[in-house]
Write a protein that binds this ligand. Sequence first.
Ligand code: 13P
Length: 253
Amino acid sequence: MRKQIAAANWKMNLTYQAGEKLLDDILSADIHLASHQQVIFGVPFPYLIMANSEVSEEAYYAVSAQNCSDKKAGAYTGEVSVEMLQSINIQYCIIGHSERREYFNESNQTLAEKVNRCLEAGITPIFCCGEPLSIREAGTQNDFVAQQLKESLFHLPADQLKSVVIAYEPIWAIGTGKTATTEQAQEMHAYLRSVFAKQYSPVVANEVSILYGGSVKANNAKEIFGCPDVDGGLVGGASIIAADFIKIIQSLK
Ligand code: 13P
């Protein structure tokens, strides 16, 4: 079975102390994970080492950065390289979140470079894609998202592509309380899988975990994760409330 993943994206929220308490609360809860299930905490850079040490004793828990540089090293003040992440044993990195695309002008080409850097360092990219409301209203969301994949991922050979986690996050559903319907989520996820099947092979497509993101909450996670092509979620707001994220984890297939 494909990996089923509950990934938290804390974004730029929580103090160090609050983050540590949140992790303690979640990790001390009575959660039973199976070997095909994974929980990932996407925390701010200054908390990565702390978070990694919190999950170090736990099977099926891991930590993710929320971004990395597309450059290897050098005079890029304020940037964080994959080598730095690798040196503190970080296993995942969120790449191409819509907030980075929008506020930091990250292009599909830059994101292709970031994906490359991650894979070179043995870090799994959690690659975000998704359309704005105007594209959804125009009905061209499939082409829009396929283009994002094409320009940032399709240069990868099949064995590397298989290791990328995809997060489909319709921008109009992020932080708005407006979730895609299960039909909309399933339809897009099945479409994305068909794009991978065509570009690579049905076998490869079947192995790629595709997460849904956009107002996943404790009370809708089970229904969304229940869709056959939805392999869990990338969760913002509800991931920084322990009781809510625990329920979301428990909603994994
Ligand atoms: P919300 O769950 O707050 O809508 O955020 C989704 C998201 O952007 C996760 O990366």
